[in-house]
Design a binder for this molecule. Structure first.
Ligand SMILES: CSCCC(=O)C(=O)COP(=O)(O)O
Ligand SMILES: [Mg+2]
Length: 247
């Protein structure tokens, strides 16, 4: 699908995963059942691990149930899964389970066909690439590390999630990423399928492009007045172009 060719003059591209580089359907149909089936074991057998214990405390706080035991925690996690709610402790616990699943070869990630060739080309041209996803940093590392095209992590300069950057619809999160990467917002391009995330990035002074792929949950809603593309190869990164222009 071709919408419009876009040209941006930036130093780095920051990538959303679900709905942007990769299919939401794959995450929901493959990754979510994988984590759902393993939450009980994680919550009972590995409750003393610091990352698990911290996430459990966060679930108790978010659900308003300070005494919740493993069964109640599991029920809450599964209800968040049903709603595809991007709650940080859910993402932490999923990330633990998924990283182990990718490492043992149970899971291989998904990328839309246009994505990997374009990421390789952008990287070869000297652009820095970052990820900012609700999926936890360990999950992101495993996702890019176990793709159908092999290990893509050498393409990436940094990974951001809701723990180390903050909520994706808060402009302050984009300020934090810009500061951490050492790149001014005006030299950063954020690619996402969600208008609320694009709005927040733009409010922080970033360039934005909405990625609209047929079949994705936000396809019909659109991305408001953000520049938009149907695939990554509709986006050109130029060092001296007119940013956000359409051709
Ligand atoms: C590798 S993370 C798996 C996808 C996921 O769980 C998720 O929440 C992705 O959300 P995004 O912010 O990338 O739309
Ligand atoms: Mg997304």
């Amino acid at each position: 699908m071709s919408l419009r060719a876009l040209t941006f003059d930036v130093d780095a591209v920051v990538l959303d995963i679900e709905g942007t580089t990769s299919a939401t359907g794959f995450v929901v149909d493959v990754l979510y059942p994988y984590s759902r089936a393993r939450f009980a074991g994680l919550l009972t057998e590995r409750a003393a691990e610091p990352a698990v214990a911290r996430a459990v405390d966060q679930v108790r706080e978010l659900s308003g149930d300070p005494d919740a035991g493993p069964a109640a925690i599991e029920k809450t996690l599964n209800s968040w899964l049903d709603d595809d709610r991007k709650a940080t402790p859910l993402k932490t616990l999923q990330g633990i389970v998924w990283a182990e699943g990718f490492a043992r070869g149970d899971l291989v990630s998904h990328f839309y066909d246009d994505v990997v060739p374009v990421l390789r080309a952008w990287h070869a041209a000297g652009l820095r690439l970052y990820v900012y996803s609700s999926g936890s940093v360990p999950a992101q590392r495993a996702w890019f590390g176990h793709s159908p095209d092999g290990d893509l992590t050498p393409l990436l300069s940094g990974l951001y999630d809701t723990e180390n950057a903050g909520p994706k619809q808060d402009p302050a999160s984009y300020d934090r990423i810009a500061e951490s990467a050492g790149i001014a917002g005006g030299r950063l391009l954020f690619l996402s399928d969600r208008p609320g995330e694009l709005d927040a990035a733009r409010a922080a002074g970033w360039h934005t492009a909405g990625i609209r792929r047929p079949g994705e949950p936000y396809y019909d809603q659109g991305v408001g007045d953000h520049p938009q593309a149907g695939t990554f190869d509709e986006i050109t990164i130029s060092t001296a172009g007119t940013t956000g222009s359409t051709a």
